[in-house]
Design a protein around this ligand. Structure first.
Ligand code: DPP
Ligand code: ZN
Length: 874
């Protein structure tokens, strides 16, 4: 396949002024008439043809300025339309006629059907599956859209922008017209047609404009849209207060659909959501679901400014909108909830998803410089690391200059298709800082390592910190330049207070050491007693820290650091060290030493009622098996890690049974509230339930919790304990059967039933997964369902997926090949679960390799899967 390169960027030969689209909806024969007004760009040769993108299209007919175009003057293939004989100057109109079959569009890109609803997904390159057009983000046009459909077939007809009008069309059919005054790229186009339930509200903007808010859901689910609506209004308000950004249309609409490849899509004025991220009520959604809904509603809304009004020049700049918008949704959630607990969750997620990506064959820069298939770049690196990079800009500049830079960005680039260089220039200008070296965060892949050593001189009362950076080679980048790494720090004195003296050197400020050279030493004088260094506070830089720090020092930080995130980091580091050590011993078949010290600290933290419950829950949640594997890095034996971790869990459980028994019962009673405080209490109770059940070695406690639960958070926690700790027990089986019956008509809830089973540790789970896959009621066409079963098994069950006989890999390979025929994006995404295969021990590595080769040899692969498998085997 073709390789696209950043350095090859070139504007289009023709400039689009506006586009008028008319759809006549029909499941198998939707007609699309696209009238595009354009003119030849200045300086472009008079005979240069107009070349539009297409994907699996057929052209019905083509007119120029209303007249059928001479067939010898154009060529239409499924993936392009080339038109010659066009006016040298002045605007002209191209009319493109195509016919689509939404009902048979299984790729869920372009116009498709989901549960009887017509819907579109155009990012990144789905618009070219609707009509031939310049389907690229730097072509901005004003859209008018007319939709015609049978009233029975599609009662609601929606598109971007403001409603122009509608009415009856002819017998049994009606129409609606929409106009979006804001020039936009084609990937932000959206259309929805269907008979939907509607929830309405309104929001008055900072300048007093009233905006109609509408959320469309499946009939009967209106009662589950309230939280999403509330999150939307809070997002709108927050963006005004924090960034001065006001909404810009008369109406903002969200449609929830059940078949969707992504989480949601920020189409201008008409967001389309995976219903998983809209629908919630206490009985069916967990606290985590509520938090995700809040974050994703905010994320898509925030895109209205960072993404839509200022979009990307090309797809290499994807992080310009995604990294920045993730940063904004993180800041929003931190404000709405406990900032330190939110940050801890972000760090966990970054390390779990992005660090392994950066350390394996799929590593790529936050702004990639080449790609074969852009769909494969909606990654943790572009999103999560992209957000961390923006966060570092704020750390380096400080809040005030950061805001100035953002203001300048909004002011200077509103209406533009911009680049990372444009973005960085605003911060450099607003702050007077040179961000050249910092810009390497966008172009160099891989997670930097910083080794830290300290030196305390008791006689002179000086303390020195020496930092040294390294960055290992990644695919396509063998040599790396030195980065600018901002490391927030604190010095904790023996009495637990923080040293408030300043650094002697001036390459540090605001509690941040700026590591810009290979090796730097920072010194402090007049330090009253030997301090303990708390480094990379709040995870100010997404790096690996290598530091010999004693358990006593880590415990000192865990006890005294003024920053909650640092306290958690110290606790987590202690746990991780022990888990890595015992996992290696288990791999070598050695006896495991006790974890008494760690267990005592964790139990004491769990028992400390002066700490936030959500924080205690985070502290008690040991690093996952996959985290330990990442930390070990090579020659991974997932079975040994599991054994070692289970042993530690048991020890913690036994050491704290009394505490855990008390906490297991501490979930708030009474009416359910999804707020952070109650959710934190439930999280703590959930972890405690797992520990208490482990210590007791029998399922009674979890079964009681399950039977008496009155919300999905507690219910699913209890179900997970039953199924994971007591698989095959009558209690687990009874709960599973009851759950399935109770939620038989609720696919989103059933997804949890599938996931919990798929993540049951151990090799036998693979057979269970196969059984579930084969069952009659299993819907293979629904992405959520496939992710809930196949995704959960392969990415969330290290021992099951990595069973020593390789059957897990073969299962995934077979499914990927099968799914690829219908939905390449989904297939490629599921396959990334194997991205760390080279860090496995030799036997599993060979079996994983064979599975990957079997995919490659399976015949016709989509560009999506082909690209992933090629990079993984390279
Ligand atoms: N819908 C995806 C997101 O918002 C892609 N833009 O991140
Ligand atoms: Zn986004």
């Amino acid at each position: 396949g073709q390789v696209y390169k950043l350095k090859d960027y070139k504007p289009t030969d023709f400039v689009v002024e506006r586009i008028d689209l008319t759809f006549e909806l029909d499941p198998k024969e939707t007609t699309v008439v696209s009238r595009v007004i354009l003119h030849r760009r200045e300086g472009v040769a008079a005979d240069a043809p107009l070349v539009f993108d297409g994907d699996e299209l057929t052209l019905d007919s083509l007119q120029i300025d209303g007249n059928d175009h001479d067939p010898s003057l154009y060529d239409a293939t499924p993936d392009s339309l080339t038109i010659r004989g066009l006016p040298e100057s002045g605007p002209f109109e191209v009319t493109v006629n195509t016919t689509l079959s939404p009902a048979t569009n299984t790729k869920l890109m372009g116009l498709y059907r989901t549960n009887g609803v017509y819907c579109t997904q155009c990012e990144a390159e789905g618009f070219r599956r609707i009509t031939y057009f310049y389907d690229r983000p730097d072509v901005l046009a004003v859209y008018t859209v007319t939709i015609i459909a049978g009233k029975e077939d599609a009662k609601h007809l929606l598109s971007n922008g403001n409603f122009l009008g509608g009415g009856n069309y002819d017998e049994g059919r009606h129409f609606a017209a929409w106009f979006d005054p804001h020039p936009k790229p084609s990937y932000l186009f959206a259309l929805v047609g269907g008979d939907l339930g509607l929830v309405e509200d309104s929001f008055t903007t900072m300048s007093g404009k009233e905006v109609a808010l509408k959320i469309y859901v499946e009939h009967g689910k209106e009662g589950r849209a309230g939280y999403a609506m509330d999150a939307l209004k809070r997002s709108m308000k927050w963006d005004e207060e924090m960034f001065g950004r006001e909404y810009d249309l008369d109406i903002f609409q969200i449609v929830a659909v059940s078949d969707f490849n992504m989480g949601a899509m920020e189409n201008k004025g008409l967001n389309v959501f995976n219903d998983k991220y809209v629908l919630a009520d206490p009985e069916t959604a967990t606290d985590a679901d509520y938090a995700n809904i809040e974050a994703i509603i905010a994320h898509e809304y925030f895109h209205n400014w960072t993404g839509n009004r200022i979009t990307c020049r090309d797809w290499f700049q994807l992080c310009l909108k995604e990294g920045l918008t993730v940063y904004r949704d993180h800041a929003f959630s931190a404000d709405q909830r406990s900032a330190s607990v939110k940050r801890i969750a972000e760090i966990r997620l970054l390390k779990a998803h992005q660090f392994p990506e950066d350390a394996g064959p799929l590593a790529h820069p936050v702004r990639p410089e080449s790609y074969k298939e852009i769909n494969n770049f909606y990654t943790a690196t572009v999103y999560e690391k992209g957000s961390e990079v923006v966060r570092m800009i704020r750390t380096i500049l400080g809040a005030e200059d950061f805001r100035k830079g953002m203001d300048l960005y909004f002011e200077r680039h509103d209406g533009d298709a911009a680049t990372i260089e444009d973005f960085l220039a605003c911060f450099a200008e607003a702050s007077g800082r040179d961000l050249k070296q910092f810009a390497l965060w966008y172009s160099q892949a891989g997670t930097p390592s910083v080794s830290v050593s300290t030196d305390w001189n008791e006689a002179s009362k000086t303390f020195k910190v020496t930092l040294e950076q390294t960055l290992a080679p990644t695919p396509g980048q063998s040599r790396k330049a030195l980065m600018h790494i901002p490391l927030a720090y604190g010095l904790i004195l023996p009495d637990g207070t923080e040293f408030d003296g300043r650094l002697d050197t001036d390459d540090a400020e605001n509690g941040v050491m700026h590591l810009t050279k290979r090796k730097q030493t920072f010194s402090f004088s007049n330090v009253p007693g030997r301090p303990v260094l708390s480094i990379n506070r709040g995870f100010s830089a997404p790096v690996n820290i290598a530091m010999e720090q004693s358990s006593a020092d880590l415990a000192h930080i865990a006890r005294h650091d003024g920053d909650g995130v640092s306290r958690w980091q110290a606790l987590n580091e202690q746990a991780m060290r022990h888990l890595v050590a015992v996992s290696k011993l288990a791999r070598d078949g050695r006896t495991l030493p006790p974890a008494r010290e760690l267990a005592d600290i964790l139990v004491a933290t769990g028992a400390d009622d002066s700490l936030e419950p959500a924080f205690r829950a985070q502290a008690l949640a040991l690093p996952a098996e996959s985290d330990i594997a990442r930390e070990i890095g090579s020659n991974i034996d997932p079975e040994a890690i599991h054994t070692a971790r289970e042993a530690v869990l048991s020890e913690v459980a036994n050491a704290g049974l009394d505490v855990f028994a008390r906490l297991a019962d501490s979930a708030p009673k009474g009416a359910y509230s999804p707020d952070a405080a109650d959710a934190g209490q439930r999280a703590l109770a959930g972890v405690a339930l797992a520990y208490a059940s482990l210590a007791e070695g029998q399922p009674a406690r979890a079964k009681t919790a399950y039977d008496s639960s009155d919300n999905m958070t507690v219910m699913s926690q209890a179900l997970q304990v039953l199924v994971h700790q007591f698989p095959g027990s009558s209690e687990a089986e009874e709960a599973l059967a009851g759950f399935k019956t109770r939620f038989a008509d609720d696919p989103l809830v059933l997804d949890k039933w599938y996931s919990i089973q798929a993540m049951t540790p151990g090799a036998p789970t693979r057979e269970r997964v196969e059984e579930l896959l084969e069952s009659d009621d299993f819907d293979r066409s629904n992405p959520n369902r496939m992710r809930a079963l196949i995704g959960a098994f392969s990415a969330g069950n290290p021992t099951g997926f990595n069973a020593a006989d390789g059957a897990g890999y073969r299962l995934l390979a077979a499914e990927v090949v099968d799914i690829d025929k219908r939905n390449p994006q989904l297939a490629a995404r599921l396959l990334t679960a194997m991205r760390s295969w080279r860090s496995l021990e030799a036997g599993r590595q060979e079996l994983a390799r064979q599975a990957l080769v079997s995919i490659r040899e399976a015949g016709e692969l989509s560009p999506d899967v082909g690209d992933i498998v090629d990079r993984m085997l390279a």
